[in-house]
Design a protein around this ligand. Sequence first.
Ligand code: GDD
Ligand code: MG
Length: 364
Amino acid sequence: MKAVILAGGFGTRLRPLSCTRPKLLFPIGNKPLLDWTLENLAKSKIDEVILAVNYMAEAFVHRYGNTAHGMKLHYSRETMPLGTGGPIKKAEDLIGHDEPFLVLNGDIFTTINYAEVVKKHKQNDATATIMLYQVEDPTRYGTVELTKNHQVIKFVEKPQKGKAPSNLINAGVYVIEPEIFALIPSNKRVSIEREVFPKLAAKKRLYAYSFEGLWIDIGKHEDYLHANRLLLSTERRKLAKTKGTSREKDVEIDAPVAIGKDVKIEEKSKIGPYAAIGDNVAVGKGVHVENSIIFPNAIISDFTSIKGAIIGEGAIIGKWVKIEDNCVVGDYTMIKDNVTLTQGVTVCPSKEVTESVLSPKCVM
Ligand code: GDD
Ligand code: MG
């Protein structure tokens, strides 16, 4: 069976980190989101994956080439963004007309069992079957109204507050029959949620099932940190093992944490809980990193504290620095000694910050 992964979004809400890498390559527990998805697909006996790409397509080709976890990888490159439906039509020849196929929103971190989804689809005569997840606030998502036998009567994308038909949202995992190709125009930006699903619902050709388990859309920085926390909690034991890491004896590791390869941590530092430290990161003395994601090759100097923040690749953080909740420091940024970044400060890539920033803003 084939799977299409929608991988072409700009990740606008994840700037500045998405300025230098597509959001599907953001590490979660030190492994790119897309690796987790590909691994999960391979477990469900998918043999070919089509990555629908446009923004930073080369980053994907460079990392994965033409195979991953025993599956063949194809790239369907857009010359302009085709939305969430257009890429499916564009990949028509790669997908073929022989059997149903999976479509995934690539920015979802989930442990869903794709083989089960395919089974569900086969229970009905449907053009598409979508998976649903229960959330408190459905306004950021697509929502559905369902019959008792799982038929979707209504699909509403991004409903206004109080107007959602239910709290069951589109989880961005679909099984679709090739007959869908006739419903999507070629070479046009098409939203499957706004232009295709409502029509299928009206024709009684759309079914939906909810699932429980791990699911999160990595749309915003808070979601990304949350996904990291969830992953660290579930993979607690595996991630504690590290290669080439050197730690002084009195370093405190407060699980769950993920520590990459060739990380150096000096004395009296405390890592965790919920910290993911990427490969080749250097952590000085008396540092505290908690509930944060540190991208590879960053340097964190002595007596610095980082809590609830994301530090980009190769960033250099000076001594006695304090970085608070929801701060995002872009790649190759330099934060000088004694600087405090208060809650919600964002620093663009390659900037130098010499003075404290004590109100939430973007340093450009
Ligand atoms: N190839 C390609 N081209 N992919 C795209 C494009 C494009 O032009 N635009 C977006 N994508 C990809 C994104 O990378 C992402 O993986 C997926 O399509 C969904 O796009 P988002 O921009 O993340 O949409 P959303 O999160 O606001 O809403 C979607 O996901 C929700 C679940 O998280 C919708 O499908 C909602 O209905 C759904 O509830
Ligand atoms: Mg999304």
